[in-house]
Unconditional design. Structure first.
Length: 421
């Protein structure tokens, strides 16, 4: 009898785990922010969510069929609008990837050759792994084996910004807990390992191959042709037209600068990011996706799966793959999160032209959860960043259920032992 109780307990624990995990992944008990398909209701709910939670400034845009159907702007300081520049943290990487891919299309870079062939100013330090496995493709998809884990905290106003090569050797502004050294620590191509340092290496690569500064190349090759006239990786001296920075209490906060431009330093607006999202789609006058900056085949390659975790495809070339979009591809985009309470998010379903942009300071997590709510409302699928955010609640639910099953089994076994005969 005891063996039977143990077997039933194990089966119950496995069943409970499977139920909770599968239900969470499939969104069985998740309520959408608004009824599926009701755009007006989602817009109303999203704006209400922003107004309730914001502690600084927020710029929001909602797209349908490639066109903006709603915007909302709030601030506790000077007003913001569609042309207000926000520092967008790691969202920078998505735009950086476009710059890299223009060099690939021009035949100046090969996706699958060692990046060491192109570098003169800095070299990856020797490791027990083959550094020749570090390719452009793997850097873009965080599969190059780099173990820096960066994360850049930035430099305060008045402090000298570290030189690019020095930052690659050891970033002086590494986020706490990271050693800041860009090096190969696992076999390239074997697993996904997020690496801000990989994008700083791509920044150097763009400069080496183009013969221009990173910001100049991105301005002439990406921003200008796409009409992103308010976007830059480097602010001009004395530039004041950047949204104010707030911490999570709503107090004025520090505006940090970066050596790692490609990974963390993009300044952009909702209007410019709208143009960027639209550039992934066919234009209203028959323009091809990519708008002549990149070719349609390149865009398809960028959103093809190149990295996965726990069996789920999560990364292409420079873009996150948030969820399957139910048409054989993915909802794509990128988020950003940095000090002091910066959170940004952009999502696009290339099959429909539907998308969302949220840029904000003053909340550590406002943009990402709202954008993830949009993904669930738009596709019925739960995106992987929402799963990460809610992993604590998932584990708590699992633990409570497992504890209840074990206690019930113990109680049943105790009663059996006390039964006469």
């Amino acid at each position: 009898m005891i063996r039977r109780i143990l077997l039933l307990t194990v089966l119950a624990l496995l069943g409970w785990t499977a139920l909770v995990v599968t239900g969470t992944l499939e969104g069985w008990w998740r309520q959408p922010l608004a009824p599926f398909g009701d755009t007006t209701a989602f817009r109303t709910a999203a704006i209400a969510d922003i107004d309730k939670k914001h502690k600084g400034n927020v710029a929001f845009a909602l797209l349908e069929n490639g066109q903006v159907i709603a915007t909302h702007f709030v601030s506790i300081g000077k007003p913001v609008d569609g042309d207000s520049r926000f520092q967008v943290a790691s969202m920078s990487k998505w735009i950086t990837a476009w710059g890299v891919m223009t060099l690939v299309e021009a035949g100046k870079l090969d996706l699958d050759k060692p990046v060491s062939l192109y570098l003169k100013r800095w070299k990856l330090p020797a490791s027990k792994f083959d550094n020749n496995g570090v390719t452009v493709r793997r850097l873009l998809s965080h599969t190059a084996g780099l173990t820096d884990g960066l994360g850049y905290a930035g430099f305060k106003p008045g402090d000298p910004v570290q030189a690019l090569e020095a930052s690659l050797t050891r970033a002086a502004d590494a986020t706490p807990g990271r050693d800041g050294a860009v090096r190969v620590g696992i076999e390239p191509g074997t697993e996904f390992k997020y690496s801000g340092g990989g994008y700083t290496l791509l920044q150097l690569l763009v400069e080496e191959v183009s013969g221009q500064s990173f910001n100049k190349y991105m301005t002439t090759s990406i921003f200008a042709p796409l009409g992103m006239t308010r976007s830059t990786f480097v602010l001009e001296d004395g530039a004041m037209d950047v949204t104010e920075f707030f911490d999570e209490r709503g107090a004025p906060a520090t505006h940090y600068r970066f050596a790692a431009l490609a990974a963390a330093s993009l300044y952009t607006t909702t209007n410019d990011m709208t143009r960027f999202l639209q550039a992934h789609l066919a234009g209203p006058r028959g323009e091809a996706p990519g708008r002549g900056v990149l070719g349609p085949k390149t865009l398809l390659e960028m959103r093809r799966p190149h990295a996965s975790q726990y069996g789920a495809d999560i990364w292409g070339l420079g873009t996150m793959l948030f969820v399957p979009n139910n048409t054989g591809s993915f909802v794509i985009g990128h988020d950003g999160n940095n000090e002091p309470a910066i959170n940004t998010a952009a999502r696009l379903d290339p099959a429909t032209g539907n998308g969302i942009i949220v840029l904000e300071t003053g909340n550590r997590l406002l943009a990402t959860p709202l954008a993830s709510e949009w993904v669930f409302w738009d596709t019925g699928n739960v995106d992987f960043l929402m799963l990460v955010i809610e992993s604590g609640a998932l584990l708590k639910t699992l633990a409570v259920g497992c504890a209840a099953i074990i206690l019930a089994a113990l109680a049943f076994g105790w009663r059996l032992r006390r039964r006469p005969g």
